[in-house]
Design a protein around this ligand. Structure first.
Ligand code: GDP
Ligand code: IMO
Ligand code: MG
Length: 428
């Protein structure tokens, strides 16, 4: 049985930790979407490792870590991450541990510049998404525009490659002056040789590679980035990322859907909710709906260290939102859940869970609202959850909270995280 692991909220649920935990029994760990907008933190024996691109199974020496064609890849980030892991003696030879699909699209300096330019000009308006500024949206955009550069294209003859760059740059000439375009293009050309050296030994055709893996009975763990509520189609559009974060995306982004048909889908959620960037957040603790919630919000941020692993931004914090979680289970294709970070809430008193969304006229939303403006006006209806001392399944109050989640969303809570360390996870 393979596992597809997804974020079931707005990202940062603790996916990295769970992937690291489960990788002990995996042969291949595969990223299939997103890019270095992701920040996955792993704690092993008091030492922290943050990964943005390389799958979070890398700390287990028997795994081969693959980057599928659904990912958008910034080569400089990959180089930096490999160097850090080598310095930490995680591996010596990159080829022993990492492979990259030759069809993966490359994030170029142009993509980053467009991302930053757009966000800067949208500041203070509803068009400001609060992206990570890593060029993710523009890279997926040029892929759909059929002007993107894939890893394999870096190996074109110089003339052919430059022509592709010119077609691409032409699409963005209105963003930059001719001098800026020339500079960004030159910056790209200067780096290509280094990137080719990096990629040459790592490239694979994912479909044939994974077909062989399947025939050999390899165990695969598919590592999702972001979360279902940031999915381009099903998330809180337009405040989403630019890739598909639901289970079917694993088959597409890894290039071998047959493998994911034999998978269970594990959704990762926190015992509360966080979100980074702009967009509606129904249960956010802003003092709008529950008196005193801003104080609890600060406590959770401090105890849970809720600051972005990629951008360092303070994460927005809210009560558990079971309406959103149920929607994420349905639309994400989730079979079972892991609930993380309950330990952060232990000792903080009674907690609330949102069990219905009300309209300003008092009636209830029958389905998850698809318009951001409607979501922004939702009045959350809460149920109280009695305080718990420990966030482990043997604490009766915590167990009651987990059972309430199961009854509401309709899938079992299989794992519970009660601390950042690899071993601080229990199977229920
Ligand atoms: P990801 O993007 O989903 O991989 O999550 P991040 O790594 O961005 O953020 C999750 C944070 O919570 C990291 O700092 C983890 O070390 C930490 N973490 C994960 N699980 C737990 C848990 O059960 N309890 C506590 N206290 N921290 C956790
Ligand atoms: P992991 O894998 C939390 C958010 C950004 C922004 C929106 C679009 O660590 O859970 P983008 O740069 O993707 O165009 O930004 O998506 N976002 C994340 N939030 N965790 C992440 O990844 C995220 N990746 C993107 O904050 O709101
Ligand atoms: Mg993260």
């Amino acid at each position: 049985m393979n596992t597809i692991l997804l974020g079931a909220q707005w990202g940062d649920e603790g996916k990295g930790k769970v992937v690291d935990h489960l990788s002990e029994k995996a042969d291949y760990v595969i990223r299939f979407q997103g890019g270095n907008n992701a920040g996955h933190s792993l704690w092993v024996n008091g030492k922290k490792t943050v990964l943005h691109l390389i799958p979070s199974g890398i700390l287990h020496p028997q795994t081969l870590c693959l980057i599928g064609e659904g990912v958008v890849l910034d080569p400089n980030v990959l180089i930096e991450e490999i160097n850090k892991l080598k310095e930490a003696n995680v591996f010596k030879n990159t080829h022993d541990r990492i492979r990259v699909s030759e069809r993966t699209h490359v994030i170029l300096p142009l993509h980053r510049a467009v991302d930053v330019a757009r966000e800067t000009s949208a500041k203070g308006t509803k068009a400001h998404i609060g992206t990570t500024g890593r060029g993710i949206g523009p890279a997926y955009e040029t892929k759909a525009l059929r002007r993107g550069i894939r890893v394999i294209d870096l190996f074109d003859e110089t003339k052919v490659f430059e022509e592709k760059l010119d077609f691409l740059f032409n699409e963005y000439r209105h963003h930059f002056t001719a001098v800026q375009i020339a500079e960004i293009k030159q910056q790209t050309l200067n780096e290509v040789e280094v990137w080719k050296k990096l990629f040459e030994p790592l490239l694979v055709d994912m479909t044939s590679f994974l077909k062989k893996a399947m025939n050999e009975g390899k165990k695969c763990l598919f590592e999702g980035a972001q979360g279902v509520m940031l999915d381009m189609d099903h998330g809180t559009y337009p405040y989403v990322t630019s890739s598909y974060t639901t289970a079917p995306s694993a088959g597409i982004g890894a290039g071998f859907p047959k493998l994911t048909q034999k998978s269970r889908v594990l959704g990762i959620a926190k015992a509360y909710v966080t979100r980074v960037g702009s967009g509606p957040f129904v249960t956010e603790m802003l003092g709008k709906h529950v008196p005193g919630e801003e104080v609890l919000c600060e406590n959770i941020r401090k105890i849970g260290q809720e600051f972005g692993a990629t951008t360092g931004r303070p994460r927005r914090i809210g009560w558990q939102d079971l309406v959103a979680l149920k929607y994420a289970v349905d639309v994400g294709g989730i079979d079972e859940l892991a609930i993380m970070k309950g330990d952060v809430l232990a000792g903080l008193g009674d907690f609330k869970i949102c069990t219905s969304y009300r309209k300003p006229d008092g009636t209830e939303w029958a389905t998850f609202p698809s318009r951001a403006d409607d979501l922004a006006k939702v009045i959350p209806h809460y149920e109280a959850v009695p305080a718990f001392k420990k966030a482990t399944p043997d604490d009766p109050n915590y167990d009651a909270y987990l059972k309430r989640i199961e009854a509401f969303v309709g899938v079992p809570v299989k794992y519970v995280g009660f601390g950042p360390e690899r071993e601080q996870m229990a199977l229920r």
